[in-house]
Design a protein around this ligand. Structure first.
Ligand code: URA
Length: 269
């Protein structure tokens, strides 16, 4: 007890007591203050804990499937293909690429698979999606004229005079957007196997997407016309014919690249 209170005389203590009763005090409390808010919070927490303990156990969440590594799955599927027909059917059946859902057709290849020159483009556009063949729209018609100028054609029977054409993506991206890095990575094992099975002497990488996939680099303006290696073969990056349609002044460089291709073909055994 407070020492001032202990020394208080009876009359003073009584007067204080009566004054408190007058104020409405009706309960004697302890010396230490009580935090009513804390006490309420504690009571609530205890009730919640009790309610939780009484609850029936929630059913455990169903096991989630492991995330699928689509590029690894593609590599396994592609490695199993022993022929180009096998490859077309296993790539066409590959379901992990969302582009497939929005495309009308699977676009695998066109031309002569025996050709010494294999052209790798980007992805089907509207016309290719409708027909199921690569490079059949305006850009494809220009591509045919370009290669005809050096004596090569997709309908030629002799491998020396023929071209074989495919794309990195076999399904049309919506609104012809650029394929995403993950989509390219997913299709790369199929393209790699496509090259292994077709066994061309030379590869033409048409535009940035083909360079990104085969070389891991973009920047076609700098890359074009410079021979490099892709899929263990000599490869020539070239401006995409769609770019040449928009930029006719780039046709001069394309012609130089075609002559370089012809010279390389003639120089090879
Ligand atoms: N552009 C491409 O890269 N490929 C096609 O098949 C058509 C247009």
């Amino acid at each position: 007890m407070d020492s001032a209170l202990a020394q208080m005389d009876f009359e003073t203590a009584r007067a204080l007591y009566e004054w408190q009763v007058e104020l409405g005090v009706d309960e004697a409390i302890g010396d230490d203050p009580v935090n009513r808010y804390e006490a309420e919070a504690e009571r609530h927490a205890t009730e919640v804990q009790a309610a939780m303990a009484a609850r029936p156990a929630a059913p455990s969440a169903p096991p989630q499937p492991e995330p699928v590594d689509a590029a690894a799955a593609a590599a396994v599927a592609a490695a199993r293909a022993a022929t180009l027909e096998d490859l077309a059917s296993c790539q066409g059946a590959f379901d992990l690429c969302d582009l497939k859902k929005g495309a009308r057709n699977f676009v695998f290849a066109d031309g002569n698979p025996e050709a010494r020159v294999m052209i790798i483009g980007e992805a089907p556009g509207r016309d290719e999606d409708i027909e199921g063949r690569p490079f059949v729209g305006r850009a494809g018609q220009l591509l045919d004229r370009m290669f005809a100028a050096i004596g090569l054609s997709r309908v030629a029977h002799h491998p020396d005079e023929a071209i074989y054409i495919t794309n990195i993506m076999p399904w049309r991206p919506p609104q012809n957007r650029d394929p995403e890095a993950a989509e390219i990575a997913m299709m790369l094992p199929f393209v790699q196997r496509h090259v292994e099975l077709a066994r061309p002497d030379l590869i033409v990488l048409m535009g940035n997407t083909a360079c990104a996939a085969a070389l891991g680099k973009r920047g076609i303006t700098r890359l074009r016309g410079n021979w490099t290696q892709a899929f263990d073969r000599p490869a020539l990056p070239m401006n995409h014919p769609a770019h040449l349609l928009r930029t006719p002044s780039a046709k001069r460089e394309a012609w130089a690249d075609l002559l370089s291709l012809k010279a390389k073909l003639n120089g090879l055994p």
